[in-house]
Design a binder for this molecule. Structure first.
Ligand code: HEM
Length: 507
């Protein structure tokens, strides 16, 4: 797993495409480039990913965009993306939005530069926290949080109201990672407005994205107010996490991620994470562990509501696999193969982390055609890779979970489905997210019929991750339900109570 570097580390931060790509001129860019400003005509600073998707469709499998003097190369064709997945020649690049998160997440797992020793240390210490055994231990806590969601949805249904899907999925996934990882309860379902921690987190993510849309030297002037707010947001995130860690140190825990961070020494070197690094990891996991999963669940629910025949098939599977069980066991979630395909298909069309960046470890030639110097990088635009008609067919834009039928998967080229990134720096929380999301979809399908608003048109917001905007669904309790359909209270709360001494404050 270790990323060995035999040469001096590359310089940090932005490396311009002009320096990195000797034959940059051969890579197409949008027409109508404006001197000094670049490719800014017809773009919306709030939707850079969807703009890039539009450009990609016009310009082909590799293209470039320039804004305020910075030029970026994008890759989305299946062959080129597969070439960039070659770990012997390419590695993760920390740039653009990810680098903008360094002030808050520092050398935490997601934002660490490849050469920073804390990446390997934290990876080795924390990876067992995502093993199968660890997932089984999280399962009852995931169920308990899902019980809060269904309680809330039952109340909304009884009051004749539709439900706010992205808002509620965000509450669910934040509570899940906070409880399973850190024994903390933000009390999201008891609040009318987002917890201040969530607002601060959304603030820093939005700010990180905005930094890409203004000329770097002008950012302190153009974003003066936003910069001040961002500093306050970061201070709030830090102080909340510090309180959580202090309380845990005082009270002890029983083996969750935070305990691992605080107590586990590296198996080979005996090294431990520093206090500063623990703070960064906690923030990293709270952010990375919920934003993307809530989007994935929201898109899946959108498509299930639009395709009653797919929902019926998924529901039939849940009934067959879970039968009369009051609550599903860990293995019964893994057996929901079709529900899992629904989720994969939602992540194909809307990979909620819609791109990741790769840099050349040495001078190389991408796809045998585009020379790159050591350190040159490109963004792999997953959202378009997942819609490449050469891979997914002429109906690539349509929602069809059977694309993830095992036979169909085997017949596709490797590296064509990459919602969790690639290589050593791929998502450490993949199994966690998939288990949580499959479990929740199963519970919701078992309990409700999902009714779409016929006037709703899918609109996607971007704040580094993707989320359907304004998606509300009407619910109906299922007319015929299996005997075991459990009320939320049936979930054994006692076995899954959060263990965090500060949670009582519901700060
Ligand atoms: C559907 C849900 C999720 C998606 C789509 C997703 C996607 C990704 C992607 C694309 C990367 C690689 C980024 C890059 O190359 O720059 C990544 C990394 C990461 N993810 Fe996730 N993620 C999800 C859920 C989670 C969860 C639940 C957790 C934690 C519990 C998590 C924690 C992380 C961390 C810590 C990294 C950095 C890993 C490293 O560099 O060593 N993610 N994720």
């Amino acid at each position: 797993m270790a990323e060995t570097t035999t040469r001096a580390p590359l310089p940090k931060g932005f490396r311009g495409a002009e320096q990195g790509w000797p034959e940059l001129r051969r890579i197409p860019h949008p027409p109508r480039r404006v001197p000094l400003l670049g490719d800014v005509l017809g773009v919306n600073r709030r939707t850079p990913v969807q703009d890039s998707m539009r450009f990609g469709r016009q310009l082909g499998p590799i293209f470039r965009r320039k804004a305020f003097g910075n030029e970026f190369v994008f890759v989305w064709g299946a062959e080129l993306a597969a070439d960039m997945a070659d770990e012997s020649r390419f590695a993760k690049h920390v740039g653009l939005g990810v680098a903008n998160l360094r002030p808050v997440a520092g050398d935490g797992l997601f934002t660490a530069y490849n050469h920073e020793p804390n990446w390997q240390l934290a990876h080795d210490v924390l990876a067992p926290g995502f093993s199968r055994e660890a997932m089984e231990a999280y399962h009852p806590m995931m169920l308990a949080v899902a019980g809060h969601l269904t309680d809330h949805w039952d109340r909304e249904l009884a009051a004749g109201r539709s439900v706010d899907v992205p808002g509620d999925m965000t509450k669910l996934t934040l509570e899940t990672i906070a409880r399973t990882g850190f024994g903390h309860d933000f009390g999201s379902f008891e609040r009318d407005r987002p917890h201040p921690f969530v607002s601060a987190m959304v603030g820093t993510l939005t700010y990180a994205q905005r930094l890409n849309t203004v000329p770097v030297p002008l950012a302190p002037f153009l974003l003066r107010g936003a910069t001040r707010r961002n500093e306050a947001d970061i201070a709030y995130l830090n102080s909340t996490v510090d309180a959580l860690v202090r309380a845990r140190r005082a009270a002890g825990g029983d083996g969750d991620l935070l305990d691992r961070m605080l107590d586990t020494a590296h198996p080979d070197t005996g090294e431990r994470l520093s206090a500063e690094n623990v703070r960064r990891q906690v923030i990293t996991f709270l952010v990375a562990g919920h934003e993307t999963t809530s989007g994935a669940l929201s898109f899946a629910l959108h498509y299930l509501s639009r395709h009653p025949e797919i929902a019926a098939r998924a529901r039939a599977e849940v009934d067959a696999v879970w039968g009369d069980a009051k609550v599903p066991g860990y293995d019964q979630v893994a057996k929901l193969r079709y529900v899992r395909r629904v989720l994969d298909e939602a992540l194909r069309l809307w990979p909620t982390a819609p791109a990741f960046a790769r840099e050349a470890r040495e001078d190389t030639v991408l796809g045998g055609d585009h020379p790159m110097r050591r350190g040159a990088w490109a963004l792999v635009l997953t959202m378009l890779l997942h819609r490449d008609p050469e891979v997914w067919g002429a109906d690539a834009e349509g929602f069809d979970p059977d694309r993830f039928d095992p036979k169909a998967v085997r017949s596709r080229a490797p590296h064509t489905f990459k919602p969790f990134g690639t290589g050593a720096r791929a998502c450490i929380g993949r199994q966690f997210a998939l288990h949580e999301a499959t479990l929740v979809l199963g519970l919701l399908l078992r309990r409700y019929e999902l009714r779409a608003d016929p006037d709703y048109r899918l609109k996607v917001t971007e704040r580094l991750t993707l989320m359907p905007e304004g998606l509300r669904l009407r619910l109906e309790r299922r007319a015929v339900t299996p005997a075991g359909l459990a009320p939320a209270e049936a979930v054994d709360e006692a076995s899954s109570e959060p263990r965090c001494p500060v949670h009582g404050a519901r700060d």
